[in-house]
Structures are given as structure tokens and as C-alpha cells.
Design a binder for this molecule. Structure first.
Ligand SMILES: Nc1ccn([C@H]2C[C@H](O)[C@@H](COP(=O)(O)OP(=O)(O)OP(=O)(O)O)O2)c(=O)n1
Length: 168
């Protein structure tokens, strides 16, 4: 398991392109850039042969396990992780990155536009969890219908508002 601390990183320029440190970057990192860098990284090493959908999925799951280990046995921790050491946060960033990079690569290899798919899924989620039915509630979408106020005995137009169809 990678233990962070930054000592193993070189950030040297490679044929894969610009590897400037995050501190030198002002603009947001795009999924397209990560996809390209992962593709270049694999190609340079002749690793396309290993980056099959199944292998990438297993690698992704393995990294999710490493990410989980960081939180294992700690109990609940406050948001922002105020008490964590710099090295611990760097390690967390590394494991989160491994998950993201394998997810981006897996999506690419499967021919899925991850950004577009995620935007579409956000819309599906919004349709499944209408604000008026789910605000302040963590209920699953198939349970939130119970959040509807009891039907009014007067002025009930019966228009069925509150449908939780995903509508896509
Ligand atoms: N066949 C591979 C091997 C590695 N990587 C890249 C993607 C991940 O970001 C990272 C994973 O590297 P390691 O398998 O060395 O895993 P860790 O970085 O977690 O190191 P360790 O397992 O020693 O903790 O390297 C890759 O794309 N394809």
C-alpha cells in the first residue's frame, strides 16, 4: 500500500506529457485530461494488453479496498478531517486518485463517456428524488412516496403530483 508523504513522486516530465505538480495548476482538471494521461501512461508501457475491462474493474475494486482501509476502525470522523496529519491526507488523496484513475480508464476502455453518463445520471437522480418529497429525508426513492402529505379531502384535483418516475 502506498503510504503517501510525497517522497515517491517525481512529477518529472515524461512522454505522457506535462506532469506539473497540482500546486502549479490553477484550472480545474477535466475527465478528458485524465483519460488522455491514463491512455498515454498505458501506451508508453505497452500496458494496453493488461488494461482489459475485467482487469481494470478488479484493480478499481482493489483500490476501493485500500481507500477503505484508511477509514477502517477509526469510527466516524469529522468532515474536513481536521485532526488528520498532512501525510495521512496525502495518502487519502493518493487512494482516492487511484480509484478515480481506474474508473476513468475503465470507462474509456468500455467506450463510456463518463462525464456525459454522470450528468445523465444526476438528472435521473433528480427525477427520482424530487426536492418536495425527499428534502431532509434519506429514504430510498421507492420509499419516499410515504413522505407525501395525506390526501386532502377538499380541492383534490387528483393530478397525481409527486410521481417519482425517472422520466428519462
Ligand atoms: N497495470 C497498472 C498498474 C498501475 N496503474 C496505475 C493506476 C493507479 O493509479 C496506480 C496503481 O499502482 P499500484 O498497483 O502500484 O498501486 P498503489 O499505487 O496503490 O501502490 P501499492 O499497491 O503499493 O499500495 O498505477 C495502471 O494504470 N495500470
Amino acid at each position: 500500500m502506498s503510504m503517501g508523504g510525497g517522497t515517491e513522486k517525481s512529477f518529472a516530465s515524461t512522454a505522457a506529457g506535462d506532469m506539473t505538480t497540482p500546486k502549479e495548476r490553477e484550472e480545474d482538471v477535466s475527465l478528458a485530461e485524465l483519460k488522455k494521461k491514463m491512455a498515454d501512461f498505458a501506451k508508453e508501457r505497452d500496458w494496453d494488453q493488461f488494461h482489459s475491462p475485467r482487469n481494470l474493474l478488479l484493480a478499481l475494486v482493489g483500490e476501493v479496498g485500500e481507500l477503505s482501509e484508511i477509514f477502517q476502525w477509526k469510527g466516524e470522523v469529522p468532515k474536513g478531517l481536521p485532526d488528520w496529519k498532512k501525510e495521512e491526507k496525502e495518502h487519502l488523496g493518493e487512494e482516492l486518485s487511484d480509484v478515480l484513475l481506474y474508473l476513468v480508464r475503465l470507462s474509456d476502455i468500455c467506450g463510456i463517456d463518463l462525464g456525459k453518463a454522470a450528468l445523465r445520471k444526476l438528472q435521473v437522480n433528480a427525477n427520482k428524488y424530487p426536492v418536495n418529497l425527499s428534502k431532509g429525508s434519506s429514504k430510498k426513492h421507492n420509499q419516499i412516496i410515504n413522505n407525501l402529505p395525506p390526501p386532502s379531502t377538499t380541492n383534490d384535483n387528483g393530478n397525481g403530483s409527486g410521481s417519482v418516475d425517472d422520466g428519462v
